[in-house]
Design a protein around this ligand. Structure first.
Ligand code: GDP
Ligand code: MN
Length: 378
């Protein structure tokens, strides 16, 4: 789960990383009020979960509260890379003398967190990573020992940070590490970490990604989830414990088991189709869970056909069939469906579905070929 800049910076601040004064606003009047409280020049920053907002015009300077009131609605009306702006962060404008990159992420190959820094921070860090990776210093962190002070000093040396900033930099690095660790983050990043014109270090931008699998032990962080940016279908699915991800194709997939769901998507593609979703109803799916899954799949207007692929183990074929039939009563649809049902109580399930005029298949390959054909109007 990605956190917004303003949320990430609040967390950084809790762990002792200095941030500019500021506040989030959702209207022009609120933006003006924040600007009045801050006094002086402010930056108005779109809060959307994409990078490169600066280059896309999503960050503007305002010299007065009045200007903040004028600029905020312009940014609030924007869409950045397809995402609507619903909030802006109004921060005190800071004169900058240098921009640094500092981030911590997981290095899966090394099985350790890695702290990365570059003297060439700011907006083009991805470009630098591609073209001159030697300009990015990386040090692996032993997860049991944590970030050691000598490692943070090595980073400071590596990016030629003037000695007068070392003490402050150590605090920032320690704070970033603590935030990363205690939030169960997979990324904690400051870009840019700036040296201000009056020689302070400040985190001007912030990005935290929380490991979804750890959210259960961070209810406060889970509450930060931005419902606006998530497809309503995905929110609904999560409520019922289904793993659903919307995709761009035309063939809906209702499958039990993540591995089987992936295999189903692959085989649909192999036969020339495109899946419209990933959906794992999970083991032991009950009929009402299947009904919800079915409803969610059919809310996607791109869906031309549905492939139901159930391998009955703990999940019983007749339960699944009953779920589909219940859902069909609720959601009237003429979309063709292909069913492949094997395993526990499959026979009974198939008999129930035959009455609902569904196309059945014995093997996955056969099911995929049939669903691709009907999706194309065959
Ligand atoms: P991003 O483009 O989404 O990464 O947004 P950032 O928050 O990193 O801002 C992009 C750039 O805008 C920064 O690298 C700065 O150069 C500039 N910027 C952002 N806030 C301020 C500020 O308070 N003062 C000044 N002078 N520049 C800023
Ligand atoms: Mn940035």
């Amino acid at each position: 789960m990605k956190l917004h800049e303003y949320q990430s910076k609040q967390i950084f601040s809790r762990f002792g990383v200095p941030i500019p004064k500021g506040h989030v606003a959702a209207t022009a009047a609120e933006a003006r009020q924040v600007a009045e409280e801050l006094g002086g020049r402010v930056v108005i920053k779109s809060q959307v979960l994409v990078g490169g907002r600066g280059k896309a015009g999503g960050i503007r300077l305002a010299k007065s509260p009045k200007e903040a009131e004028e600029v905020a609605p312009l940014i609030l009306a924007m869409e950045l890379k397809g995402l609507p702006v619903r909030k802006v962060l109004v921060d005190e404008a800071v004169p900058i003398s240098k921009e640094i990159y500092l981030g911590i992420t997981n290095d899966r190959a090394m099985r350790k967190p890695v702290i990365m820094a570059s003297a060439a921070g700011g907006v083009d860090i991805e470009e630098i990573a591609r073209q001159s990776p030697e300009k990015i210093i990386k040090i692996h962190i032993d997860p049991l020992l944590g970030l050691r002070d000598y490692q943070a000093r090595d980073i400071a040396v590596g990016i030629d940070l003037p000695r007068e900033h070392w003490r402050a930099f150590l605090d920032v690095a320690r704070g970033l590490w603590k935030a990363y660790l205690e939030c169960d983050a997979t990324l904690a990043e400051i870009n840019p970490l700036v040296i201000t014109a009056d020689n302070r270090l400040l985190a001007l931008d912030g990005k935290i990604i929380i490991d979804d699998n750890a959210l259960f032990r961070h209810p406060d962080l889970a509450d930060m989830r931005d419902m606006d940016i998530e497809a309503p279908a995905e929110i609904e699915a999560r409520k019922y414990g289904l793993s659903y991800i919307k995709l761009d194709g035309q063939i809906g997939c209702l499958v039990n088991g993540a591995g089987l769901a992936m295999a189903t998507m692959d085989i649909i593609k192999l036969f020339g189709g495109e899946p419209s979703n990933f959906l794992d109803v999970g083991g032991g799916a009950t009929s009402d869970k299947v009904a919800v899954a079915f409803r969610i799949i059919l809310t996607d207007p791109n869906v031309r056909a549905v492939l139901i692929n159930i391998f009955g183990g703990i999940t019983r074929g007749d339960e699944v069939a009953r779920g589909i039939l219940a859902a069909l009563k609720e959601v009237k649809t003429s979309i063709p469906m292909v069913v492949r049902l094997v395993g526990t109580n499959a026979e009974e399930g198939r008999r129930l579905l035959a009455d609902a005029h569904m196309i059945t298949a014995e093997t996955l390959a056969e099911a995929a070929q049939k669903v691709v054909a009907v999706a194309k109007g065959g």
